[in-house]
Design a protein around this ligand. Structure first.
Ligand code: C2E
Ligand code: MG
Ligand code: MG
Length: 759
């Protein structure tokens, strides 16, 4: 029980108690003969000083950094004092003579305040410079107060005594001066140190007791009346406290680690001021006249106190300002999106509510645009959330610059933005210009990224004046979903009845997921004809789904599948089914060369694992890779061209061919031609559409075909519906054609062996 670490301080405290009581009895109470008192005094002081040096040394060994330095110097302070005391005792006890003044002992004693000052200076202190000005003032205030006290007591008397021996005079002056310095430093340290409270109080009290005794010793020695007694008691007391300080600190170290600096420290600088004031008043009352120096010091103190009060006042005003700024910041945070700095949903609803009020009063126009970024999830997944955030930021910037100052742009969350328009302009025109503004590529992580946006528009009609902000926003949202359903990059104006479709949309996505899982989708095949031979070169596999007795157009359910992530399973299924069917056809010799094209969606193009799955399916159905064509759309390449390049290259390396579908619709089409290695391009229907009516389309198709030939690509003309179109296509030298004119998509069992192309 007595040997555990926690018990050590208890023993030390007990020992300290015994030392103090005995010392009070012998040194203060005059118990024993004068020689005994003297011997006891010398030895007990030597003992406690050595003990203080030892515990400080021990603490230095067990601590690190500046705390270790602090204890080291505290140990040096006590140690040198102990050495001085040893010299002193040697004169008095061994040689039996009065110690000469000055002597070697004084060197040891004087080392104490010097080393103690260093210890205080290296003590870790608060780094904040919030109240630095006040702290400097505090130090000056305390120092001035102490100077006055010191002058009234030791320093003034010692200086006044002068002396014939210059060395003795210097040494006796050194005592009060160094103690004065130490006391001032102590006051200063107590106001700013971040150390254990118990430890600091013990250290400070110990050092204070020691320096008061030291100064008393110097004063009495000058007067020639020093004879131990209370002065010695001060030393014993001081060193006992110093010896205990490191032990207490160790026991409390953990709990006190985060203890705040002394709270009441702000009054500490006033203590010397109060004492100085009391002394001055006391002197005045006893009829002494103050010297000019003293009056001057009092004046300085009064001035300093006034400045200090002023600074405190200013600090409080500063605090109030800071609070106001902080509050404004918090208010801003509550109403703005942290990422983009745009208004958030709360602020948007507030502004919209306000706009509706104005509308109710004077029919001010109100419209809301609801904006959603197409395939944003894809960018997030393939390029990382950092890239996603960067893209949102860039979009927010562009939205900000493409609108007028009166409009409110908000980020509602995720990739959803809302815009409130409150003027006479046509919201559809504004929406169109926003769509255009967002079309140019964004630079994200140093790479160009193109995004599409689906925009829902709702304009407040005079009839629904009583609507709420929430209801209007919900309508814009519904219109946006309708835009998404219609494919990407679309714009829709809200119509009554859309809400039903929207509701149906959610049910549809669940039903679609279930249908894919249950294998309830079908594939139809549309021939791609080789005009040279009239044979079916390939068939494009197109998914079909009937839901609640209705055939849902692929444009609708593929969009739903992409939004909900079902597309991955859908693609895997389509790939498997198409290859299975191809294997069946291959058993007919005339179809041994037939190729199949399967549409794949954006997520697959940036999925490295997709390459392995394709190879697995081919192996499973024993289909050679050269007979499979994967059709990708430009939007697949939007998210991350680098990854798309890698995945398509890996696919091509297995022998599978890549076709760029709907070529010419996306404005960056041409740049994709060299970004990705391709085998085939399919010219979009829209270019074939006016071929027979617009001569420019003919020239355009002609140059596209030459470009394809130069790049070594096969070119497929898609959507040929009329004979004249076919003629022109053939004349321009296009060999591969797909369209209703030749054949519509059909079930596998209806596929003819060859199609004779109409001339
Ligand atoms: P797509 O890949 O461009 O497919 C061609 C679409 O054009 C098909 O529509 C086809 O029926 C239609 N088409 C063919 N010839 C003509 C014509 O002469 N005139 C007109 N007006 N249309 C013609 P469908 O089957 O409705 O598919 C629409 C889109 O849905 C496809 O466009 C494709 O992007 C997507 N899709 C269909 N099945 C799948 C699938 O299994 N997976 C994926 N990811 N997308 C699919
Ligand atoms: Mg296609
Ligand atoms: Mg197409």
């Amino acid at each position: 029980m007595s040997s555990t670490g926690r018990r050590v301080p208890a023993i030390a405290v007990a020992l300290a108690g015994i030392v103090l009581i005995t010392s009070v009895l012998i040194l203060g109470g005059g118990v024993g003969t004068p020689w005994f008192q003297r011997a006891y005094g010398d030895l007990i002081e030597l003992f406690v000083a050595a003990a203080a040096a030892a515990t400080a040394g021990w603490a230095a060994v067990h601590s690190t950094g500046r705390t270790r330095l602090m204890w080291l110097f505290a140990g040096i302070a006590s140690g040198s004092w102990a050495a001085g005391e040893a010299v002193w005792s040697w004169y008095e006890l061994a040689r039996g003579i009065d110690t000469p003044f000055p002597s070697l002992a004084d060197v040891g004693f004087l080392m104490f305040p010097v080393a103690a000052c260093v210890a205080l200076l290296v003590l870790p202190s608060r780094g904040s410079d919030l109240d630095r000005g006040r702290r400097v003032l505090d130090a000056t205030l305390a120092t001035t107060g102490l100077a006055l006290v010191s002058w009234e007591t030791a320093l003034g008397a010692v200086a006044a005594a002068g002396g014939d021996n210059p060395l003795a005079f210097a040494v006796s002056l050194a005592y009060p001066l160094s103690d004065f310095l130490l006391l001032a430093l102590l006051v200063l340290t107590l106001t700013r140190a971040v150390a254990s409270r118990a430890q600091l109080v013990l250290l400070a009290a110990g050092m204070a007791a020691l320096s008061v005794s030291d100064s008393g010793f110097a004063y009495l020695t000058t007067e020639g009346s020093y004879d131990g007694g209370a002065i010695d008691l001060g030393w014993v007391f001081g060193f006992v406290l110093l010896a205990l300080a490191p032990l207490v600190s160790v026991r409390r170290a953990v709990e006190d680690e985060d203890a705040p600096a002394l709270r009441r420290s702000s009054f500490l600088p006033y203590i010397p001021v109060v004492i100085a004031g009391a002394l001055t008043v006391g002197k005045a009352l006893t009829g002494h006249r103050a010297t000019t120096g003293q009056t001057g010091l009092v004046g300085v103190i009064v001035a300093l106190v006034l400045v200090r009060q002023y600074l405190t006042l200013r600090e409080n005003t500063g605090l109030a300002d800071e609070l106001a700024t902080r509050e404004a910041q918090l208010r801003h945070q509550a109403f703005h999106d942290a990422l983009t700095g745009l208004a958030n949903r709360a602020l948007f609803q507030d502004r919209l509510g306000h706009a509706l009020d104005l509308h109710a009063r004077d029919l001010r126009p109100v419209s809301v645009l609801f904006l959603d970024i197409d395939d944003f999830k894809l960018i997030n997944d393939s390029m990382g959330h950092g890239a996603g955030d960067e893209l949102l930021l860039r979009i927010a910037e562009r939205l900000g610059t493409s609108l007028r100052t009166g409009d409110t742009v908000a980020r509602l969350g995720g990739d959803e933005f809302a815009i409130l328009l409150e003027d006479d302009g046509d919201p559809v025109v504004v929406a169109g210009s926003i769509e255009a503004a967002l079309q140019a590529p964004f630079v994200v992580k140093g790479r160009p990224v193109t995004v599409g946006t689906s925009i829902g528009v709702v304009a407040l009609q005079p009839a629904d004046a009583a609507t709420t902000a929430d209801a209007l926003l919900a309508k814009a949202d519904t219109a946006m979903y309708a835009a998404k359903r219609g494919g990407k990059g679309q714009l829709r104006v809200f119509r009554e009845g859309m809400s039903l479709t929207e509701l149906a949309d959610n049910r549809m996505s669940e039903a679609l997921a279930a249908a894919v899982a249950a294998g309830e989708l079908r594939l139809e095949y549309q021939p791609i004809v080789n005009l040279d031979t009239g044979a079916i070169a390939a068939v494009e596999a197109l998914a079909r789904w009937s839901y609640e007795g209705r055939e849902v157009p692929p444009s609708e359910f593929i969009a739903v599948a992409e939004r909900t992530g079902v597309i991955a399973d859908l693609t895997d299924w389509a790939l498997d089914e198409a290859c299975r069917q191809l294997a069946v056809w291959s058993r007919t010799p005339s179809r041994a060369e037939l190729q199949i094209t399967v549409n794949i969606a954006p997520p697959q193009v940036t999925d490295d694992d997709f390459v392995r799955r394709v190879a697995d399916v081919l192996a499973k159905h024993d289909v050679s890779p050269g007979r499979l064509v994967l059709e990708i759309t430009e939007s697949s390449l939007l998210a991350d061209v680098e990854v798309a390049r890698r995945v398509t290259a890996a696919l091509r390396a297995t022998g599978v061919r890549i076709s760029l579908d709907d070529f010419g619709v996306g404005f960056s089409s041409l740049s994709q031609l060299h970004a990705i290695e391709l085998d085939i391009v399919k010219i979009d229907r829209s270019f074939i559409d006016r071929l027979d009516t617009d001569p420019r389309q003919v020239r355009f198709l002609g140059s596209l075909l030459r470009l394809g030939a130069d790049l070594g690509l096969d070119v497929v003309a898609e959507g040929v519906e009329r004979g004249r179109q076919l003629e022109l296509v053939r004349e321009l030298g296009c060999r591969l054609v797909q369209g209703y004119l030749l054949a519509r998509p059909m079930p596998a069992d209806r596929l003819p062996v060859a199609l004779v192309a109409p001339a």
